[in-house]
Design a protein around this ligand. Structure first.
Ligand SMILES: Cc1cc2nc3c(=O)[nH]c(=O)nc-3n(C[C@H](O)[C@H](O)[C@H](O)COP(=O)(O)OP(=O)(O)OC[C@H]3O[C@@H](n4cnc5c(N)ncnc54)[C@H](O)[C@@H]3O)c2cc1C
Length: 447
């Protein structure tokens, strides 16, 4: 790990604590050990490689700004004192990218959660607003978010800075592909100004963990609300389940999510009559107009529809069984056994047996993404070398891989370095994550 800043002294932290207390109120600043510990971990425990390295850092101070303007003031105060600042939303990022590796201030944004405006096609909210709150506010105006992650309780700031996509990505791609209309960003220069950026300029702050600037407010895109159904299907084996995924993904109007799991993976999901024992599961958030056609596709592929559910909660429930969630359930079912890598490409369907064989106990959780099959490949964990050897072997099969066992900014690294040279000249924003020498697999590999 490269750290360009030194941990702050206790005298400096005491001064900053006093200043932040005056600014935010005593209830919104703490140096209590348990609060600092809680603010210094994220979903990185999903990775056995990162888990073995923990603790990777401990905050000296935690502050909870309650408005976008307070975010600007708090960042400016920390920077003026030369104290590192690590932003935090809900803390679900799963690469360890939210860990304050140089100590300093963790800025927990979960109390800055106002929905500022819902307009036609656009919603603006403060950085800590949960994605599910945005979706509900959009629904109230007959609209829906372009996308939200399976961690629907996570924050808009964390999703844009640390996540990629989720429900809706099958139509709109990842969250760097037009989803963001505008951001108000705080630079690490000592100024509390909220710098308004739009379009391409806003993209400079997506996927880089706050290392180029901290998002205080975001405007993202909405579309007209659709009437969604949850279609639960089961198949005798994973191959027949996979045989229908492309056709389900191509339904018009397009579905919002298409997920599939092997019988073994399905058995670890929360019990549901729609998950019969020993069968592979396919789940679709389908436009109500396409349910009949979806059932025909399922039956033609040798499957059967177990249930069709409706109601506001249905899409959310299915989302929370997608992307990394099945991996999390698998890990819960056998603690300390499994790791995973993020994968993409036609080979996930066309060469699934070879893909499964790359790692001992290989199990694929599958989604249909914007440009084709994507997923999470789990395997029995042996060593960091085994994980890297497998990443190479997957590459030879034509599988794109993103390595979730490291916290380096790995998307548009050059652009972020260029931006941060101006916006964070002292390297105080989330230190440890922006490493010019990083040359591993990049996030772009799974687009
Ligand atoms: C079980 C599970 C399922 C998941 N499913 C998905 C999924 O479907 N799609 C997906 O994309 N991700 C997924 N993730 C990863 C993660 O949950 C999401 O990316 C989530 O949206 C992150 O939001 P958060 O509020 O928890 O961010 P945090 O974890 O708090 O932060 C994430 C990163 O962004 C930085 N950050 C936080 N707020 C800001 C801000 N305002 N400005 C700048 N930087 C900031 C943090 O320092 C950190 O580096 C999953 C993780 C788990 C554990």
């Amino acid at each position: 790990m490269t750290l360009s800043v030194s941990p702050p002294s206790s005298a400096v932290i005491a001064e900053l604590e006093a200043e932040l207390t005056a600014l935010l109120g005593a209830r919104n600043v703490t140096s209590e050990l348990r609060a600092r510990e809680r603010a210094s971990v994220d979903g990185g425990r999903m990775s056995p490689i990162i888990s073995e390295l923990l603790p990777l850092g401990l905050a000296d101070l935690v502050a909870f700004p309650t408005t976008a303007e307070q975010i600007g003031e708090a960042v400016a105060a920390a920077v003026r004192h030369g104290v590192p600042v690590t932003p935090r939303g809900k803390g679900t990022g799963n690469y360890g990218q939210g860990i304050p590796m140089a100590g300093g201030l963790v800025l927990d944004l979960s109390r800055a959660r106002a929905v500022v405006e819902v307009a036609e096609g656009l919603i603006t909210a403060e950085a800590g607003t949960p994605m599910v709150t945005l979706e509900r506010a959009a629904h109230a105006t007959g609209q829906q978010l372009w996308m939200y992650p399976s961690t629907a309780q996570s924050s808009i700031g964390g999703f844009l800075a640390g996540g990629s996509g989720g429900t809706g990505s099958i139509v709109h791609g990842t969250n760097d592909a037009g989803f963001v209309a505008a951001l108000d960003v705080v630079h690490g220069t000592g100024s509390p100004e909220l710098v308004h950026v739009e379009g391409e300029e806003a993209q400079r702050f997506v996927h880089n963990y706050g290392t180029a600037g901290i998002i205080a407010r975001a405007t993202v895109r909405l579309e007209p609300l659709q009437d969604w159904r949850g279609v639960y299907a089961s198949f005798p084996d994973f191959r027949s389940a996979q045989s229908v995924l492309r056709a389900l993904g191509a339904l018009e109007p397009r579905p919002r999510l298409v997920s599939a799991d092997t019988p073994e993976m399905t058995a670890t999901l929360p019990p549901d009559p729609a998950f019969p024992e020993g069968r592979a599961s396919v789940r679709v958030i389908a436009d109500a107009r396409t349910v009949t056609r979806a059932a025909e596709i399922v039956e033609a592929g040798g499957g059967r529809v177990e249930d069709v559910r409706e109601g506001a909660q249905t899409a959310l429930s299915l989302s929370m069984l997608s992307y990394n969630h099945p991996i999390e359930w698998l890990q819960k079912s056998a603690p300390g056994v499994y790791f995973h890598v993020e994968v993409s490409g036609a080979a996930l369907i066309d060469r699934v047996d070879e893909v499964h064989a790359v790692y001992e106990g290989g199990l694929l959780h599958q989604e249909i993404g914007h440009t084709g099959p994507i997923g999470m490949l789990a395997g029995v964990y042996r060593s960091p070398e085994q994980v890297l050897d497998g990443i190479r072997a997957l590459g030879e099969l034509g599988v794109g891989v993103h390595n979730p066992h490291q916290w380096n900014v790995d998307f548009q690294l050059g652009r972020t370095l260029e931006t941060a040279a101006t916006t964070d000249p002292q390297g105080l924003l989330n230190p440890g994550k922006l490493n010019p020498g990083y040359d591993g697999p990049t996030k772009g590999a799974i687009r």
